[in-house]
Design a protein around this ligand. Structure first.
Ligand code: MRU
Length: 369
């Protein structure tokens, strides 16, 4: 997507410098910084410490991490060790495992001296496919927004609530939850986005708001607790969120707080959609309660980042010194609360049958669901 006048992806291979580059998301929206990732430790740190984040981008970064390691030492032993290190960075987004397994599978039968080039091609293919899948999600989601637009009074926007950042920064480009929004905006439909701030790390306030503003999409930042009230007041026409892992039966793990939005949407008859590319489906699980939920550093809850009036970006503590905190980073929304899954192959019910209808081929290959 555009940043100013220039088009960016969230991750790319700089062929001139022979290095992988990412947008360092820790500093947005206050500063736009690009980082080069060189060593395996760089890639692992970038994922673990959330310079990059969002399920598809975590997978893409791990793929480039393996490609970059293959250029150093393409032996089976080294690649497997590198894969283990990357897999240990964040537990919930299944795209990480998917990308690492795809990279290792692509290199398995390739002679060692050809592996660096093959690995680079595969990582690039993963990134390009992500962009295509998200664009297709955008087209399918656009139809849903169009249908809602037809029910709105003339001149009134379709009001969409989203949680966390499932935007282009969370993917290689387009985003998942935001792709239909960008497509709708580009098609001239009137949309207005309620942006959950998404404590503790404020991905909504920091990233989604920045993205939407950059694309000229009307939006309003709300505190996480406002969604239920707005739905009760008839001020939300649909919810679209992303996901870090969706089971073969349609249970959805996403950023902490998503479940509460789904409950409120259900209670108020607001359609609740989840947008996802197929690498986010875990065909080996059915019950969402089996999804590993990342527990992050308590300081993310105890402190917030912000910009002072003098422009300095600082972290401030918001609780007494001795107060401990818990920080589960994701929750699981049961399939029964999900109106539909917006995938690159179309929209389906959040059920085993729904997913089977769209992805029979993948289910056979990857697991038994
Ligand atoms: O902790 P994060 O910022 O990596 O969490 C991101 C989310 O929860 C997104 O909604 C999810 O990864 C989908 S991204 C298209």
């Amino acid at each position: 997507m555009r940043v100013g006048e220039q088009h960016y992806r969230s991750i790319w291979f700089d062929a001139d410098e022979e290095v992988v580059k990412v947008i360092d998301q820790r500093w947005l929206p206050h500063a736009f910084r690009i980082e080069a990732l060189r060593t395996l430790e760089d890639f692992a740190t970038a994922i673990r410490d959330m310079w990059v984040r969002g399920a598809p981008l975590i997978g893409a970064t791990a793929a480039w991490g393996l490609a970059s390691e293959a250029a150093r030492d393409a032996s089976d032993a080294h690649l497997e060790q590198a894969a283990d290190m990357l897999l240990a960075t964040r537990p919930t987004a299944v795209n990480l495992r998917w990308a690492v397994e795809r990279m290792l599978a692509a290199l398995r039968d390739v002679p060692q001296q050809q592996r660096p080039e093959a690995a680079r091609r595969e990582a690039q293919a993963i990134c390009d496919a992500d962009v295509e899948m998200n664009a297709a999600i955008g087209e399918h989601g656009l139809k849903l927004i169009r249908e809602l637009a037809a029910t709105r009074p003339a001149g009134e926007p379709v009001r969409i609530l989203t949680h966390c950042n499932a935007g282009w920064l969370a993917t290689v480009d387009w985003g998942t939850a935001t792709a239909p929004i960008y497509k709708a905006h580009d098609a001239g439909l009137d949309v207005m986005v309620w942006v959950d701030e998404t404590r503790p790390r404020n991905q909504g306030a920091h990233l989604t708001a920045w993205e939407l503003a950059g694309h000229g999409v009307e939006h309003r930042l709300i505190v996480d607790n406002a969604g239920g009230h707005l739905m009760q007041q008839g001020m939300v026409d649909m919810v679209i969120v992303g996901t870090d892992r969706t089971t073969a039966c349609g249970d959805v793990a996403n950023k902490i707080g998503t479940y509460l939005k789904a409950l409120a949407a259900h209670d108020n008859g607001v359609p609740f959609y989840v947008a996802l590319p197929s690498p986010t489906i875990d065909w080996t699980l059915c019950d969402g309660r089996d999804i590993p939920i990342e527990e992050r550093d308590a300081d993310e809850v105890r402190k917030v980042w912000g910009r002072l009036e003098d422009g300095k970006v600082v972290q401030a503590q918001i609780c007494p010194d001795a107060t401990p905190a818990a920080n589960p980073a994701f929750d699981v929304t049961p399939a029964r609360l999900v109106t539909g899954l917006i995938t690159e192959r179309g929209v389906c019910p959040a059920t085993r049958e729904g997913l089977r209808t769209l992805f029979a081929d993948m289910q056979e290959v990857q697991g038994n669901g």
